[in-house]
Design a protein around this ligand. Sequence first.
Ligand code: FAD
Length: 397
Amino acid sequence: MEKFDAIVIGAGAAGLFCAAQAGQRGLRVLVLDNGKKAGRKILMSGGGRCNFTNLYTEPAAYLSHNPHFCKSALARFTQWDFIALVQKYQIAYHEKTLGQLFCDDSAQQIIDLLLAECELGTVTVRLRSEVTSVEKQGEEFVVTVNGKQVSTHSLIVACGGLSMPGLGATPFGYRLAEQFGLPVLPTRAALVPFTLHKPLLAELQALSGVAVPATVTAQNGTRFAENILFTHRGLSGPAILQISSYWQPGEYVSINLLPGTDLAEFFAVQREKHPNLSLRNALAKLLPKRLVECLQTMGDLPDVALNQLSKAAQQDITDKLQNWQVQPNGTEGYRTAEVTLGGMDTLALSSKTMEARDVQGLYFIGEVTDVTGWLGGYNFQWAWSSAWACAQALPFA
Ligand code: FAD
């Protein structure tokens, strides 16, 4: 049976980076992935340009039942460390917004970087290699892949979460944890668009494709200020994806379509200058025309001139535009979710090494763990940081 110092399940961001780092320390490393290409999610990420980290990475940008867990790895391998690597490979990048760093050209450059780093570490990467079972025999993990067996003292589970099954996602990492008696927290699709109940969806149909800057607030008070996008299924856009991680089924979200605007003052000024201006045309100065028309069709805007607008009607409009209460029907689920909330309970892992406290030699890194970042490069940074921490700790066989 072939033996390796370490076997990594999953050639995604976390698996490839961990393998490369361990290989460069001199370990003999094997990476196994069920897909025909390495790093498939990386290729899809950031609209094909990979938002590979965030300048403002900090533990507060991560959701976890154990919020302290991510601190050590994020502090030991930081966004600056990954940026230095990107610079070493002369990959041109830019900050798009809010500290989000994207490749100028293509996400393929990040995959090429990872594969080049693996080559430096003489890592063996085997694709089209689905791991179907793992058994522990003494100190060895015996891994069955494509009907053959390989073994190791150090098994690194980097097989990601459940989002985007079309890109190879499987629950294998969770099943493996359970097989070894380790706790797995309930999972849920996150960074995912909302679907809406049919009546509201029908009313908003005409808005499909319209984007507006907004603030969106979850029932627990968490708030994001970015664009929202009306879609033919419901609501999407960065602010919605962000808030989806904080939303529980049945809850409302509050949407302010005019953040930073004092509507009372706006109406007062407009009324003074243009008393005969229709409410609709006044609002079209602040909002996309299609949105204003839709509000009117929905019966939310009286067909009046500004000088006929009653105080009560003005308050109604203000509530509708700045505190719009929406109860999503659900989310689009794992099919389109960028990440999975929950997963391998980090209380059972060492935050320094990512090794399971009760199963020597078994490590969990990346998205399979219950650490989920905000939108904006935070999830890749967790992949790099957790992978790096693990790679430093792996022993020679
Ligand atoms: P993955 O990248 O999911 O890798 C796991 C690998 O394991 C997969 O290749 C899978 O096929 C393989 N695997 C699973 N089971 C088995 C098995 N039994 N045997 C063998 N192989 C197996 N995050 C950002 O920070 N910035 C972005 O711009 C960004 N954009 C995204 C865009 C999209 C469309 C999606 C879906 C996600 C995006 N994310 C982004 C999130 C980010 O891609 C993930 O958090 C990150 O890829 C997780 O890395 P990972 O290595 O833990 O898991």
